[in-house]
Design a protein around this ligand. Structure first.
Ligand SMILES: [Zn+2]
Length: 262
């Protein structure tokens, strides 16, 4: 493997952890606890996203990352990780964090008004500050959670710069990491992120630039990823194949059609 290959560091992308929310982006506390135990008992050392991207070749590290800053990250995931002595990373949409209002954007807004609406309420800044003090990394997830590739240059710059500045002002520390909403990143967006002061960017699988720290591939874990599906997703051979320019696109297409036995 080449230096710093993504297959050496396992970066998992979660969203919410809830015993009752049936959303695809939410896993149950039991499911999450099993997955954390499985990974850590396999010898992975838990680190933040920024540390995982900078891991040395052959270093067996895992980063548990959470997009969107749902309250359940603190209420359900944090106790599990705390017991395991593992830090994690939360990527925060800064225009939403700190408000009492449920978050809403395409993909989650259909949960508004129903009995699971409370799941959409974001963490507050003092809570994020406490997590940072406990060793967690707090990164940007832009301001308003747009598809960044659809924005013009000025809109893109605003989302990237303002969210980094808000994180830094609220938490009193540098914010070198960003997760692109929907994993939506291309060359222009990655370059703009670098210009905006980021060093590390969290993407999703299928990135043609698997070795670029500003487009670092993560493994998305969802409601249906139980047992052998989870095992398959975190396996090193499959992660290598998914990040390969040769086999990655075909594998991604098969996975998206659910014809691949994940
Ligand atoms: Zn998101």
């Amino acid at each position: 493997m080449s230096p710093g290959s993504p297959a050496d560091a396992l970066v998992l992308c979660y969203h919410a952890v809830s015993p009752t929310w049936p959303a695809a982006l939410s896993v149950t506390p039991e499911q999450f606890g099993r997955q954390v135990g499985r990974v850590l008992s396999s010898g992975y050392d838990p680190v933040t996203f920024a540390a995982a991207v900078q891991a040395r070749p052959g270093e067996k590290v895992v980063a548990f990352t959470f997009d969107d800053a749902y309250r359940s990250v603190l209420e359900q995931a944090h106790p599990v990780l705390d017991r395991a002595g593992a830090p994690a990373t939360v990527f925060v949409p800064t225009a939403h964090a700190g408000t009492p209002r449920p978050m809403a954007w395409p993909g989650i807004e259909h949960w508004l008004g129903g009995r699971h609406e409370r799941e959409l309420v974001p963490l507050q800044w003092p809570e994020l500050s406490d997590l940072a003090a406990a060793g967690w990394e707090i990164g940007s997830h832009t301001q308003t959670h747009p598809r960044l590739t659809t924005l013009d240059d000025e809109g893109l710059r605003q989302e990237l710069v303002a969210s980094r500045e808000t994180c830094e002002q609220r938490l009193g520390q540098a914010c070198p990491s960003i997760a692109y909403p929907y994993g939506d990143v291309d060359d222009r967006v990655a370059h703009a992120a670098e210009q905006a002061g980021y060093r590390f960017g969290a993407a999703l699988p299928g990135s043609p630039r698997a070795h670029d720290p500003l487009r670092y591939p993560r493994v998305g874990i969802y409601h249906r990823d139980r047992r052998w599906r989870f095992e398959a997703k975190v396996s090193r051979p499959l992660r290598r194949a998914r990040s390969s320019a040769w086999t990655g696109p075909a594998l991604e297409a098969a996975i998206s059609r659910s014809k691949f036995p994940l």
